[in-house]
Design a protein around this ligand. Structure first.
Ligand code: DHB
Length: 527
């Protein structure tokens, strides 16, 4: 890595002057980024431990020495080397026979955070900030919130998850992935990239510290969805043609565990799941995202559903019980999680009980819940929650259909485009109610490749055994039914699932690093 620096810096300084097409061509050939490969050769799939930069990082007042191996291109024939690369960070102690947090070079779990937001292209997370020679022209300056709906609001940038992971002895492998704004970044590109990164780690397990049988994936929102999909679809042959095209390492791509914050997933059913909860709430507050002086602007825009939208909402809500019942889910106590045709029943009660448990935890931690008239408190216990009251408090954010927009205007419509068509519908409902002239529908197989629900328990697939799923009670980006369905389906297949709906948390992730890494540690040690 050190030998590559001058060229990397050169790439960086000329970057902004180049047209995008030429820039990506140059990038693909900018082989020195990939681990000391001589220029004009294909990226090697063999990890070379000799080329790194030694860094000292500060975590909680402690200094930790870390070897940084940055910009490793993880496939032999990258479609876009700006994104198909990863940053690898290893505690220096692991090269000297030492241990960190009770782990050694052989036993350290590998923390795999993706930075995907809004299904946009994502560069690999970087220790100490987001940047690198591969910044596209016009990218926000380092430290600015990332583009897309996944961007944290200004002033709420995430803590450095990577540094905390390293301080607790995890090896960190942070992959980038292509995204929906690129012609070759449509579904399933991002998941194919993450799988290729996992294969690279396993292929090189003997050459690098960390245990590739203990990979723990992490992501938020669209990144949480990809994290869940990675965990659900391990080794599925469905992705093989794309992996072959990229020259991904041979081998397995299942991962040990999944952390998923507010996964925007199960997109085929997310519209009806949204209306199952929010139908009847006609006022909404959307977030409009724009760019001004390279800064992401997030503006709340209030509105009221039109009569036509209210009709769509009712229709979508009515479709949800049949879908939910088809899954034949059971709750943690074995109760059948069904719904009647009105959308009432055990599944709704289970969701309410999770909200009550969350409120109780908040109360136990000293939060004041007294102003919330839809909660019934008695002797320090939360004894009841009126779901309608809670929903009015949380508020609707999206208009129906929340994901498969009838005018093809959503990010998800763009995710399911292809090399020729930028945006497509991906549900029968969206297609049937389409308002965009000439609109087409994505191949259902392309859509299924993005949905973990299709892979859980499927023959020939290895689904992760350990899951941690979080979605805040103030998160309206998708229905709370989505993570609850995912968790229930996983439990039914024997996975151990830690599901919680943190109280009053909006759409966000990585806000509870102590608990996240305590969980990651505990599952890694219980072999
Ligand atoms: C994200 C948020 C959304 O509301 C959505 O529809 C897709 C992705 C995100 O934050 O990644």
């Amino acid at each position: 890595m050190t030998a590559c620096r001058p060229l990397a810096r050169y790439c960086s300084s000329v970057w902004r002057a180049l047209p995008l097409g030429l820039a990506s061509l140059l990038l693909a050939g900018c082989a020195p980024w990939s681990q000391g490969n001589p220029a004009n050769t294909r990226p090697s799939l063999e990890f070379d431990a000799r080329h790194y930069e030694l860094r000292q990082i500060e975590v909680n007042g402690q200094t930790l020495a870390v070897r940084a191996y940055e910009n490793i291109v993880y496939v032999a024939r990258p479609a876009d080397a700006r994104y198909e690369r990863m940053n690898l960070y290893v505690p220096e102690a692991y090269f000297k026979g030492g241990s960190v947090g009770g782990f050694t070079a052989r036993t350290a779990p590998i923390f795999l955070p993706n930075e995907v937001g809004g299904y946009m292209p994502a560069e690999p997370a970087r220790l100490g900030g987001r940047q690198g020679p591969g910044e596209p022209p016009g990218a926000p300056p380092p430290g600015a919130p990332m583009a897309g709906p996944g961007a944290p609001p200004p002033g709420m940038e995430r803590p450095n998850t990577l540094a905390v992971a390293l301080s607790q002895g995890f090896v960190v492998a942070a992959p980038g992935a292509r995204g929906r704004t690129q012609a070759q970044g449509k579904a399933p590109a991002a998941i194919v990239d993450l799988k290729a990164a996992v294969r690279y780690l396993r292929y090189n397990d003997e050459r690098m510290p960390g245990d590739a049988e203990r990979i723990i994936s992490n992501g938020t929102s669209a990144g949480g969805a990809l994290s869940a999909l990675l965990g659900a679809s391990g080794n599925s042959v469905d992705y093989q043609p794309w992996l072959d095209e990229l020259g991904a390492a041979p081998g397995r791509d299942d991962v040990f565990a999944v952390s998923a914050y507010c996964p925007i997933t199960n997109l085929e059913h997310a519209d009806s799941a949204y209306e199952w909860l929010f139908a009847g709430l006609n006022d909404y507050q959307k977030i409009e995202i724009s760019m001004l002086d390279y800064k992401v602007q997030r503006k709340p825009v209030a509105g009221t559903l039109t009569p036509e939208q209210i009709r769509l909402s009712r229709e979508l809500k009515a479709a949800f019980p049949a879908y939910l019942n088809s899954l034949q889910l059971r709750g943690p106590e074995g109760q059948v999680l069904s719904l009647d045709s009105q959308g009432q029943g055990a599944f709704r009660q289970y969701l309410s009980s999770l909200l009550v448990a969350s409120a109780q935890q908040a109360l136990d931690q000293g939060q004041k819940l007294s102003g919330m008239s839809w909660l019934t408190l008695r002797d320090g216990r939360v004894v009841d929650l009126n779901l309608e009251g809670y929903l009015a408090y949380a508020g609707r954010m999206k208009t129906p259909p929340a994901f498969d927009a009838l005018d093809l205007g959503s990010g998800e419509n763009q995710l399911f485009g292809n090399a020729r068509v930028d945006q497509q519908h991906f549900t029968d409902f969206g297609m049937a109610h389409n308002t965009s002239p000439g609109a087409t529908r994505a191949d259902p197989q392309q859509v299924a490749l993005m949905n973990p629900m299709h892979y859980i328990g499927r023959a020939g697939v290895r689904t992760s055994a350990h899951w941690r799923i979080r979605q805040g009670t103030k998160d309206r980006d998708t229905s709370l039914a989505v993570p609850v369905i995912l968790a229930s389906a996983l439990r039914q297949q024997g996975a151990s699932v830690d599901l919680a709906l943190p109280w009053d948390r909006p759409h966000s992730g990585d806000y509870d690093l102590d608990q996240l890494f305590a969980w990651a540690r505990q599952i890694s040690l219980s072999r």
